[in-house]
Design a binder for this molecule. Structure first.
Ligand code: HEC
Length: 127
């Protein structure tokens, strides 16, 4: 977890300013997704995880044409949804209310890049 605002801005800037993803490690991205996101977003990224319907709003399908367009218009949306938490404590609260404990995780810039590449690729290939 990045605690300081400067750290968040720097992490986001670095992620967004490095379009060359050749160093990204997609197995690390996959591991993070499966451990920390798939319980809601589903292994298929279509919002089919066991907790998908436990929140209001429910977990969205990230493979729709609408979300693909959103990702094209705003390539930082994946990373910023994790860092900035636009919906406040919705996600931690949903996990808590359903008894799902995630171990704390010390995100590195590489983790954000790997996750971003993994998900962007999954979304691009999803039908
Ligand atoms: C407790 C369930 C839950 C978990 C865990 C979760 N999400 Fe989500 N996610 C949601 C819900 C609900 C929304 C829709 C509300 C929102 O945007 O906050 C969402 C929205 C999103 C969006 C779309 C944001 C936008 O602005 O369109 C992305 C991208 C996303 N999540 C990525 C992730 C990633 C990556 C992880 C893992 C690090 C993750 N989520 C973990 C439930 C979850």
């Amino acid at each position: 977890m990045i605690a300081k605002k400067g750290g968040i801005a720097t992490a986001l800037a670095i992620v967004l300013c490095m379009p060359s993803m050749s160093l990204a490690d997609s197995r690390n991205g996959e591991r993070i997704f499966l451990n920390r996101c798939a319980m809601c977003h589903g292994n298929d990224v279509k919002g089919t995880g066991p907790l998908a319907d436990k929140s209001n709003p429910p977990t969205p399908d990230l493979t729709t044409p609408e979300f693909k367009k959103r990702l094209l218009d705003y390539p930082g949306v994946i990373v910023s949804s994790v860092i900035l938490r636009p919906n406040g404590d919705l996600i931690p609260r949903t996990l808590r209310e359903n008894g799902v404990k995630l171990p704390p995780f010390a995100w590195t810039v590489k983790d954000f890049r790997d996750l971003n590449e993994y998900l962007t690729d999954r979304i691009a290939r999803a039908k």
